[in-house]
Unconditional design. Sequence first.
Length: 154
Amino acid sequence: MSTKSTEAQIAISLAKYTPAIEAQLRQARARLRAKFPRGYELVFDNYNALVFGISPTDRTRDSFISVAGYPKWVTLFFLHGAGLDDPQGLLEGAGKQVRSIRLGQPSDLDSPAVAALIAQAALPRAAALAAAPALSTVVKMVSAKQRPRRPAGM
């Protein structure tokens, strides 16, 4: 898929959200991309959310961080977050692996505490990310069946 058609597909997916959530998701995506100029941005427009993940390879299993859009908010996910040191107690979740932070605004990605968590999550992948090509976007999946992307009545 060409870059132009990839971005066109992403624009279609983003347009399903309210303008406010679409703007927050676009900004969070841009901030995450700026933090990781090398590797792969993997896009999943799945049943529950539109997800932008970062990986040093084009393999889904190598993703370690993502932002996801829901009808009323945007969430930052740490896919190996259970092992992160979180002195501020920002991470939510009780599963064996994934932790998340619901973003109040995209600039939360740049707060010192969140930036420290992002750096910590990236550290085990630093060499692989440094060796990866310039960041490229790959649409990995678009689910035919999806939950509504807007709150009921909107």
